[in-house]
Design a binder for this molecule. Structure first.
Ligand code: GDP
Length: 296
């Protein structure tokens, strides 16, 4: 994750730190390199531009350059700006309601939505001792409901029994009733995906959201698709009130552009990162830790 960016920035900052005194030109030169590094990491252009402007302004405007360790100070300013870019506020799930709390999972087909549903269910069960019920509302893709049931068995989380022919909104209603009657703390609704964003997908998703009024609507996107992931998030957030994003396949993403641009472009926090195919390969997304990792 972020390997290339980390290497590039490491080089820039080693040079900055290595010099005793810095002048404005040194900072501007370094920031030009930071901008190139961000763009190579596939960060959206306006996001990279704003980042560099903000950091430059702080670095040359304050007493940073006159300080004893100007290089160090600049790196600190970059670190803070990175944390802000990644979304500084806490990204915990909001499940503090009368049970069942409902988490609705949305996204395109192949993004890792069903796997992520099972991963989060496992996390909630093991880390927070929640009693979780999962239900698949995907009636379009053959075997989608069976796939969730299989994953449920693997992570030892209950799934709603399948009733052939039932439509998504009705499955959601049945799931809500079952969760309430059987005392589940959390209900996870895995909605249908499509290969592309289309109106039918959006309409179905809105109908389910209106019925279930979930506490969390999490969009699952593939980080390997880079800026496309950000565009998909933008599209979805115009249709439903997303509460957060899960970025999958971060394990294979050396660039990290989607993670770096997501918050600035969509205003939505990244809540989790998928880091592998195994069902425990998921991490809560903490901007400070990620920034720390990038800056080594
Ligand atoms: P869906 O169509 O969006 O429900 O996608 P699936 O959940 O069926 O996932 C598609 C494929 O992506 C599966 O082979 C998953 O194991 C894989 N996958 C999901 N999340 C991750 C991840 O974070 N890292 C890696 N390497 N693979 C993942």
């Amino acid at each position: 994750m972020f390997d290339k960016l980390s290497d590039r920035l490491g080089g820039v900052f080693d040079r900055l730190r290595g010099r005793g005194a810095l002048n404005e030109n040194d900072v501007r030169e370094a920031m030009r390199e930071v901008r190139v590094a961000l763009l190579e990491a596939d960060v959206a252009l306006p996001v990279a531009r704003e980042f560099v402007e903000k950091v430059t302004e702080k670095a040359v405007g304050q007493s940073v350059l006159k300080s004893v360790t100007p290089g160090q100070q600049v790196v600190k300013i970059v670190n803070d700006a990175l944390v802000e870019m990644l979304g500084s506020d806490a990204s915990e799930l909001n499940l503090a309601v009368a049970p069942p709390a409902i988490i609705m999972m949305v996204g395109l087909q192949g993004s890792g939505k069903t796997t992520t549903t099972a991963k989060i269910a496992k996390l909630l069960k093991e880390k927070e001792r929640k009693k979780v019920l999962m239900a698949s509302l995907d009636v379009n893709r053959p075997a989608a409901q069976e796939q969730l049931a299989t994953l449920g068995t693997q992570v030892d989380v209950a799934t709603l029994p399948i009733v052939a022919g039932q439509q998504p909104v009705d499955i959601a209603k049945r799931a809500m009733q079952a969760a309430k009657l059987q005392g589940f703390d959390v209900l996870m609704l895995d909605t249908a995906g499509r290969l592309h964003v289309d109106q039918q997908l959006m309409d179905e998703m809105k109908a389910v959201a209106n019925t279930a009024t979930p506490q969390e609507i999490l969009l699952v996107v593939d980080s390997l698709t880079g800026q496309d992931a950000v565009n998909v998030a933008q599209n979805f957030s115009e249709q439903v009130d997303l509460t957060g994003v899960v970025l999958t396949r971060m394990d294979g993403d050396a660039r990290g552009g989607a993670a770096l641009s997501m918050r600035a472009v969509t205003g939505k926090p990244i809540k989790f990162a998928g880091v592998g195919e195994k069902l425990d390969a998921i991490e809560a997304f903490y901007p400070e830790r990620v920034a720390g990792r990038i800056l080594g």
